[in-house]
Design a protein around this ligand. Structure first.
Ligand code: PHE
Length: 466
């Protein structure tokens, strides 16, 4: 059996098993963490001890996104993970995860226009990752004893609240709000080792589309048959359909779902791409599939999807509709698209990494270049531009910097420019980032190059250092 959806390169969505007839691929039996002991409150005369690795239980509260939650014996959220909640990489301008999010949203907007030509899908990319266990599991028909619920696999605030382990956790609430076509983009949290392809936080895009009988018949009007397509019938569950669904309705949804997802993958990676559909299992869809594509000579799962369990639509208050859903991992897509070899790189705040993706053009072809492991030295240079009459352009300065600093210069950016009324002069300030790919560059060495650049800019470009 092929692997199951998981962020990073290794397979296995915890939501995809145990599977009747399919091999369980991941089962770690970590101990359930006991309630942290309640330390005595430090009185003012005591010197405070070291900062505990876990939120102090003395307060029996944990603060998550401006709200206090009582802790209990399931609390296992660490400050390191909590700190990730504010990063919102998928919304950070010029971040690869944000660029790829925009491409997916644009694709879906184009693929599904409404009758006026406007986008049919709404996008929800700011929903809080704090959800109830009921949202993350129960509403999605994940059985009470399902291994994905183990504290060793997810981050719990307490026995009621957790960090979502998948964006599917928002399906029911959005359906209950009356939405038929929507995307959810967000950070999801799963306890895991950290290595090149695994990180306890990653990002998913969820897509959901519901249709009623009128919608189905309008969508496929004129095709195939002259009698209306029925959605429901009393039957038994088969490998290829749910008990209450007709074969016709299931096939039309399957066709549309796969056409949509294959189109998306081709939009991102081009049409001569090797792919295959693999049967899968998720508690909340039936039938279910995964799409695998070739990546570095191996098959890699890109997404999980399927026909939504009719029980979900009953819960959502729309029993007359049927629907499909998918969930895809943004990191995986971005790793392939931008040739980013390690999932940890997405969290880098190093400008050597971020500057490579500083573009507003989401179609720009970007291939990630490894950033030196040695530290940066950052020096600014400010000068008055030459008076009216003598030419100056920033490109002249960039060339001058490169000719002097060579490969030790990683970036040159204009960070400030203004006009001084009294002096009647323009000023520019540039930030120069120095870094060697071979050794640690000392600040003294960087200063020496920087001084040389100042001198040359003065003599050759006729600027006046401020
Ligand atoms: N939520 C599933 C996961 O994270 C993916 C999925 C979404 C599968 C929607 C089917 C439908 O593994």
């Amino acid at each position: 059996m092929a692997g199951l959806l998981r962020h990073g390169l290794r397979a296995a969505s915890p939501f995809s098993w145990p599977t009747p007839g399919l091999k369980a691929v991941r089962h770690r039996c970590g101990p359930i963490r006991p309630a942290p002991p309640v330390p005595a409150r430090a009185s003012s005369s005591q010197t405070p001890g070291p900062i505990p690795a876990h939120p102090p239980a003395s307060s029996a509260q944990i603060r998550v996104q401006e709200r206090d939650y009582p802790t209990d014996d399931w609390t296992n959220l660490t400050p390191q993970i909590l700190a990730r909640l504010d990063r919102r990489l998928h919304l950070q301008a010029g971040h690869p995860l944000s660029l790829i999010r925009r491409r997916i949203v644009r694709y879906m907007y184009d693929k599904f226009p409404n009758y006026r030509g406007h986008p049919l899908f709404s996008v929800h990319d700011r929903l809080s990752p704090v959800v109830t266990l009921a949202q993350n599991y129960d509403a999605l028909l994940v059985p009470p004893q399902h291994p994905s619920r183990k504290p060793s696999d997810s981050y719990y605030i307490n026995r009621t609240w957790m960090l979502r382990a998948h964006t599917s956790a928002h399906q029911i609430e959005l359906i209950q709000m009356g939405l038929d076509n929507f995307l959810v983009v967000g950070d999801v949290y799963r306890r895991d080792a950290i290595d090149a392809s695994h990180y306890p936080v990653f990002h998913q895009v969820e897509g959901v589309r519901l249709l009623d009988a009128a919608g189905v018949n309008a969508r496929w009007a004129g095709s195939l048959r002259d009698t209306p397509i029925q959605l429901f019938e009393a039957g038994t569950e088969k490998p290829h359909k749910q008990a209450g669904h007709t074969v016709d309705a299931t096939q039309l949804l399957e066709w549309e779902l796969k056409d949509c997802l294959l189109g998306l993958i081709r939009d991102l990676f081009g049409s001569d791409l090797q792919y295959r559909w693999v049967d899968a299992y998720f508690p909340f869809t039936h039938p279910s599939w995964e799409l695998e594509i070739q990546y570095q000579g191996q098959w890699m799962e890109m997404l999980g999807c399927g026909i939504m369990r009719q029980e979900l639509l009953h819960q959502g208050g729309v029993p007359e509709k049927i629907g499909w859903a998918f969930g895809l991992g943004l990191e995986r897509l971005a790793m392939k698209l931008y040739e980013i070899p390690d999932i940890r790189i997405f969290w880098s705040q190093d400008s050597g990494f971020l500057s490579q993706f500083q573009t507003d053009d989401i179609d720009q072809v970007i291939k990630y270049k490894a950033v030196s492991k040695y530290p940066q030295c950052i020096n600014d240079i400010s000068f008055w531009l030459p008076q009216e009459g003598s030419e100056y352009s920033s490109n002249d300065f960039f060339d001058l910097v490169r000719s002097i600093g060579g490969d030790l210069v990683e970036q040159v950016v204009l960070v400030d420019s203004f006009y001084h009324e009294k002096k009647q002069k323009h000023s520019h300030c540039y930030r120069i980032v120095y870094r060697s790919t071979e050794k640690t560059l000392t600040q003294e060495e960087a200063n020496e190059i920087h001084k040389h650049i100042e001198n040359q800019a003065t003599s050759r470009l006729k600027v006046q250092i401020r």
